[in-house]
Write a protein that binds this ligand. Structure first.
Ligand SMILES: Nc1nc2c([nH]c(=O)n2[C@@H]2O[C@H](COP(=O)(O)OP(=O)(O)OP(=O)(O)O)[C@@H](O)[C@H]2O)c(=O)[nH]1
Length: 127
């Protein structure tokens, strides 16, 4: 099972989502930014590294919020979501073609990565 981390970044009741670039696996789908955990890395280090690679922003990981698993048939992921805050930098797009700040209601209108529907449902109950 592939371990993936995702950052939940909240600003005035809106959450940061990013759209995966067309050429990537699940291209065109919206997700919470993050990626696979590298060998010898903690989940927190992975979130912070990914956010820097993807957007050139520095973040601090506050706490683990929820973990879900999803079976994409050809691979299975364990998706761990962490509450993060941006401490430095302005968003620059590298791996995504768009970002958006959305309320939990607005998120329903976006085409999410399959695994994220359950994640959003869980977030609704705790945030
Ligand atoms: N970052 C992120 N990935 C997600 C989410 N939901 C979800 O199904 N995934 C899936 O988890 C996997 C994460 O891989 P990735 O491609 O973003 O990770 P990476 O940057 O480390 O990988 P790469 O360097 O191989 O491209 C992808 O298959 C992605 O579609 C989510 O909310 N955030």
């Amino acid at each position: 099972m592939t371990q993936v981390v995702a950052a939940i970044i909240k600003k005035e009741n809106k959450f940061l989502l990013a759209r995966r670039a067309k050429h990537k696996v699940h291209g065109g789908k919206w997700e919470f930014p993050g990626g696979k955990i590298d060998l010898y890395e903690t989940p927190e280090q992975a979130v912070e590294r990914e956010l820097y690679e993807e957007f050139k922003v520095k973040t601090e990981t506050l706490k683990h919020l929820v973990t879900i698993t999803h079976d994409y048939k050809d691979f299975k992921i364990e998706l761990m979501a962490f509450e993060s805050v941006v401490t430095e930098g302005d968003f620059e797009l590298n791996d995504h073609d768009q970002i958006a700040w959305l309320s939990l209601e607005e998120i329903s209108d976006y085409e999410l990565a399959e695994a994220d529907r359950e994640l959003v449902d869980k977030l609704r109950t705790i945030l």
